[in-house]
Design a protein around this ligand. Structure first.
Ligand code: GLY
Length: 367
């Protein structure tokens, strides 16, 4: 990478038909975007979680066209239709119409839920999102998926609706506690397994260092680049977009089976181990590559073992919306940088893999 590349403080990826702006100066980026787009009334919704609320107030105070944000308590357990109903009430009381832009601020739950409310209120009002968490920057806010959970499973209600713009707020990222960063890292590792090559090697090199020293612009850019390339070719998930679910069929089931005590990031990390184990068991992945993934996840402090019983995970999986015609299909690696989707396995192979997930991670020397 040359010095000019190294000095960049912002990157705009516009392959998806809307800009994804990655940088620390989200206020400057919003100002530029507002100046170059149609003048509209803007209503701001933000996650009430204190660091996000604080950031949302600072952003709104700095921009003349924005009123103070409306704060909505979120979290995975509030990602359901009654929270959406609260948002609809607010939008109606504010007289929001199709000529109003709804600007959401927050992490993955915020982009899914506010995006869903905007996509369905009055059959759709324009929406833009400021992503304040790593999960939102590298996954949830990119690609137009919106939705909420039902008691039967995660993200069972939703739409594919593109936002007008996404701003990845690296300043907010740097102010978040490490545990929030770690939450998003599983999605970054997932993207790096799909992409392979330099992306995966970069994470291996960075893993021993403190997150403070990580080049977040490059990391978020690499993940958004990969996701936007995949989504660009398959917006509605008829094919390759399913690759992005690597680790997620396991992860969502673990979240649900643990009544969301296992967070999304932890579920995906465990899901990446499980996908590697199932790929090994079905003879498509090498031990050497599996250990490379495990070593990276371990260095990043990700959970690799669960106390949730194998049968409870399997039961939750059969509720997963990715179940097709009664058959679960998996996204499994062949190698780092070569991942298959739509793979069918036997229930026996699946249960044996889930049982392994309750045991200590395998070691390179183990047989
Ligand atoms: N989170 C996976 C996708 O957007 O397709």
């Amino acid at each position: 990478m040359d010095a000019q590349e190294e000095d960049r403080t912002e990157r705009i990826i516009d392959r998806l038909g809307y800009p994804v702006v990655i940088g620390e100066d989200v206020i400057g980026a919003l100002r530029t975007w507002f100046a170059t787009t149609e003048k509209r009334r803007v209503v701001v919704l933000a996650d009430a979680h204190p660091p996000v609320a604080q950031r949302a107030h600072a952003v709104c105070a700095a921009l003349a066209n924005l009123d103070a944000p409306v704060l909505v308590p979120l979290g995975e357990k509030r990602k359901h239709l009654s929270t959406v109903a609260d948002v609809y009430d607010f939008l109606a009381r504010k007289g929001v119409a199709r000529d109003t832009l709804v600007l959401g601020i927050g992490g993955g739950v915020a982009s899914d839920l506010f995006g869903f409310a905007a996509a369905t209120y009055m059959r759709g009002v324009p929406y833009a999102h400021i992503a304040t968490s790593l999960v939102a920057m590298v996954d949830a806010a990119i690609g137009g998926k919106t939705g909420v959970n039902l008691p039967y499973g995660k993200n069972l209600v939703g739409t594919f609706t593109d936002p007008q713009a996404v701003f990845c707020d690296l300043f907010a990222l740097e102010t978040l506690p490490y545990r929030h960063i770690r939450e998003g890292l599983a999605e970054v590792v997932k993207a790096a397994i799909i992409e392979g090559g330099e992306f995966f090697e970069m994470l291996e090199e960075l893993a021993p260092f403190s997150f403070v020293d990580w080049p977040w612009l490059r990391i978020v850019e690499a993940a958004v680049d990969l996701k936007s390339m995949i989504v660009c070719d398959d917006r509605l998930e008829h094919g390759d977009r399913a690759l992005l679910n690597l680790g997620h069929t396991f992860g969502h089931a673990l979240e649900r089976a643990s009544d969301y005590r296992i967070t999304h990031g932890a579920g995906v990390a465990l899901g990446l181990r499980a996908a590697g184990l199932l790929a090994l068991r079905t003879g498509r992945f090498s031990k050497a590559e599996h250990f490379r993934v495990l070593a990276l996840l371990a260095l990043l402090g990700m959970p690799l073992r669960t106390t949730v019983p194998a049968q409870a995970i399997a039961d939750a999986m059969f509720h997963d919306k990715k179940k097709r015609a009664g058959v679960l299909r998996f996204v499994l690696p062949r190698a780092i940088g070569d991942v298959d989707f739509g793979v069918r396995v036997s229930n026996k192979q699946l249960l044996a893999t889930l049982s392994q997930l309750g045991r200590e991670p395998e070691q390179p020397s183990s047989r």
